[in-house]
Design a binder for this molecule. Structure first.
Ligand code: FAD
Length: 318
């Protein structure tokens, strides 16, 4: 079922959903099930699975020279989505990226996803590889998520890259895209970023999932600005409870988000990470309750595949 249909069927009730990371290479699917099982009692209509592209690493050879090797630490997104749908009978939503894919490879992936019964996708550009400063698309790939959305929307209209194909079947993917209440790190301004977000919706996106944020006011202002420029699709807030003191610096650095002064003060006053964990849960509960009261369609949680704090939040909110 499509995310937009889940929202419609809920008739104004806020739904619970979450996101998982594939395990590090070498782990089994059981680690994914262990991350899902504790959260199933909150009836998620869908579970998202992130995508992790390849990167380069330098390995020292016996002769002392460095060899550049390509690695992928967290493969398995496609297999995990199929396994989730099969085991839990809920929609599984893979994230798919521009980075690392030609248009042809994207089309082949979309065909696979269609065949295994995936109804929804989150279409993203992806970040630059760790070894590069700026994002570089593949030679025959997409530079921006809006182009990837347009390709998926094309397939929804039965348009394949090989225009000589006849009587082609149309796909019917519901397409999610990323939104940034505090602006994407590369965008020159929030207004410019919002225009680019509108381009993704105009290209065919059906809903928006936001980057994590810790100040609901930022989300409310972002949603108002989206509506003011004609973005009418559902906007789903993404939330993550802070869980260690180190994240005070790590989250702003990695995700370009601000932490409110009250939250920073509360975390700095904690004597250990067990106390930070509790503060993070309490803060996320307050955020969730206020967002729910404001009528958001879904509260979407970033679990990082560690469900304990999300379970504590969901118990207090749902
Ligand atoms: P885009 O929408 O393409 O935007 C990228 C930048 O380009 C923005 O600054 C935008 O303003 C600008 N821009 C867009 N179009 C144009 C244009 N035509 N001209 C000029 N500028 C333009 N990463 C992963 O690797 N795997 C994941 O699974 C994953 N999941 C995510 C889920 C969510 C909800 C979010 C918020 C992010 C996720 N990311 C993931 C991170 C994401 O890939 C990065 O934030 C990436 O840098 C941008 O992706 P995007 O799809 O927002 O890009």
């Amino acid at each position: 079922m499509r995310v937009t249909e889940h929202i419609k069927a809920a008739k104004g009730k806020t739904l619970f959903s979450f996101e998982l990371l594939p395990p590090n290479k070498g782990q089994t699917i059981d680690s994914i099930y262990a991350a899902i099982d504790p959260l199933m009692e909150f009836n998620p209509p869908f579970i998202e699975v992130t995508y992790h592209r390849e990167d380069f690493e330098y390995v020292e050879r016996p002769d002392g020279l460095l060899e550049k090797r390509i690695t992928r630490k967290r493969p398995g997104t496609l297999g995990i989505t199929a396994a989730i749908q099969h085991k839990y009978k809920v929609d599984a939503i893979p994230h798919i990226l521009c980075g690392g894919f030609t248009r042809q490879e994207t089309e082949d992936l979309l065909i696979d996803l269609n065949f295994i019964g995936i109804d929804n996708l989150v279409a993203l550009r992806g970040d630059a590889m760790g070894s590069e400063t700026y994002f570089k698309p593949e030679k025959e790939g997409h530079a921006y998520a809006s182009e990837l959305v347009a390709q998926i929307a094309g397939l929804n209209g039965g348009h394949y890259l090989d225009s000589s194909l006849e009587n082609t079947a149309a796909a019917n993917f519901c397409i999610g895209v990323a939104g940034y209440p505090e602006k994407h790190m590369e965008a020159p301004s929030l207004d410019h970023d919002l225009k680019m977000l509108k381009a993704k919706v105009d290209a065919g996106a059906h809903y928006i999932v936001t980057q994590m944020f810790f100040d609901n006011q930022k989300f409310f202002e972002f949603a108002d600005k989206c509506r003011a420029i004609g973005i009418e699709v559902p906007i789903i807030p993404g939330l993550k409870p802070i869980s260690t003191k180190r994240q005070l610096n790590l989250l702003p650095h990695r995700f370009h988000v601000d932490l409110p002064a009250d939250l920073v003060t509360a975390i700095e006053a904690c004597k250990d990470n067990a106390a930070v964990y509790q503060v993070g849960i309490e803060w996320c509960i307050q955020q969730s309750k206020e967002l729910m009261q404001a009528g958001v369609p879904i509260l979407h949680y970033y679990t990082m595949s560690r469900p304990a704090n999300i379970k504590a939040v969901a118990e207090a909110v749902f």
